[in-house]
Design a protein around this ligand. Structure first.
Ligand code: FMN
Length: 311
């Protein structure tokens, strides 16, 4: 498959494995790229040497391209950008911040950049700053979500109408129906997090994967709505964060609590915060990354054929 996104990424399919803090490391990213998608190593929470080691590990596992996600507001953003350039990556994604702050260096280094947005306005600003494409994430997605909680179904077509650069859809995509739907809305690619969490290659403990398998459509919630909204599996930790938030805890206090929970190693029910999207309710098996990508593409093709007959 060829379109503007596969051209930017250099991948076979416009299917991106979204960055997942301390989860999407070299091994998962390489597995996704090997299977024809585009794997991403998350730079969030990683110091320079560890990050370099993960990039080199991915490189040792695949000759196919993979990328790095850099949260712009983090203090290590510029260091991560230099590491991406030095290690010969071609594409980065950025999130949580203004891409205008780093775009000049990104372009000098010859990198392509896709920026994560949660509103149409953010997409317009990212385009004006000079990014090559945007990844529009709806509020059903796992991890940090936009404050305005705009869903993928309405965000994508409005984003596509507002910018000329290609739009990648994220949030709520877990099978070929979701892939076909994203393309029907005008997206030229998809980014998935939760579906790749529940794979054999994902490094999270099995209790986390099991919690995704047992989650239903209402199995996630947005914790810390007032602070820094994050979609997680509904458990005691998530409810505790929501309570802190509602009682007016400062963003710093909530972030410290959230970080301490995540650092406990993604524990079991009630022990840690486990980010996941609403699509968890659709995930019923732990596939290999290759099976996920193969079945996604085959099912999307079948959906397109069915629609062609119907309309
Ligand atoms: C466990 C987890 C951690 C995440 N960490 C990050 C991150 O560090 N940076 C980022 O830009 N997005 C992060 N995300 C968002 C994903 O990259 C992706 O956009 C999102 O999962 C898409 O929605 P889905 O979960 O419905 O597929 C995270 C998502 C999850 C589930």
């Amino acid at each position: 498959m060829k379109n503007r996104i596969t051209e930017i990424l250099g991948s076979e399919y416009p299917i991106i494995q979204g960055a997942m803090r301390r989860i999407s490391l070299g091994e998962l990213a390489a597995a996704v790229s090997r299977a024809g998608g585009f794997g991403i190593i998350g730079a969030s929470g990683m110091e320079g040497n560890a990050l370099r080691a993960e990039i080199r590990k991915a490189r040792s596992l695949t000759g196919k391209p993979f990328g790095l996600n850099i949260p712009i507001y983090r203090p290590n953003a510029l260091e991560a950008l230099e590491i991406a350039a030095e290690e010969g990556l071609k594409t980065i994604t950025t999130s949580a911040g203004d891409p205008g702050k780093i775009i000049r260096r990104v372009k000098e280094a010859g990198l392509s950049i896709l920026h994560v947005v949660a509103t149409v306005d953010m997409a317009r600003k990212a385009e004006a700053a000079g990014v090559d494409g945007v990844i529009a994430v709806g509020a059903e997605g796992g991890g940090h979500v936009g404050r305005d909680e705009i869903s993928t179904l309405v965000l994508i077509p409005q984003g596509v109408d507002a910018v000329r650069i290609p739009v990648v859809a994220a949030g709520g995509i877990g099978d070929g129906r979701g892939l076909a739907a994203a393309f029907a809305l005008g997206a030229e690619g998809v980014q998935m997090g939760t579906r790749f969490l529940a794979t054999q290659e994902s490094p999270v403990p099995s209790v986390y994967k099991q919690a995704i398998l047992t989650a239903k459509d209402d199995g996630t919630m947005i914790a810390a709505r007032k602070g820094y909204p994050i979609r997680v599996l509904k458990n005691r930790a998530a409810l505790a964060v929501r309570e802190m938030d509602e009682k007016g805890a400062s963003q710093a206090e909530i972030n410290a609590f959230v970080d301490s929970l995540s650092d406990k190693g993604k524990g079991g029910e009630g022990e840690g915060l486990m980010s996941a999207g609403q699509v968890a309710g659709l995930i019923r098996d732990i596939k290999t990354v290759e099976e996920v990508i193969r079945s996604l593409v085959a099912e999307a093709k079948a959906v397109a054929q069915r629609l062609e007959k119907q309309f």
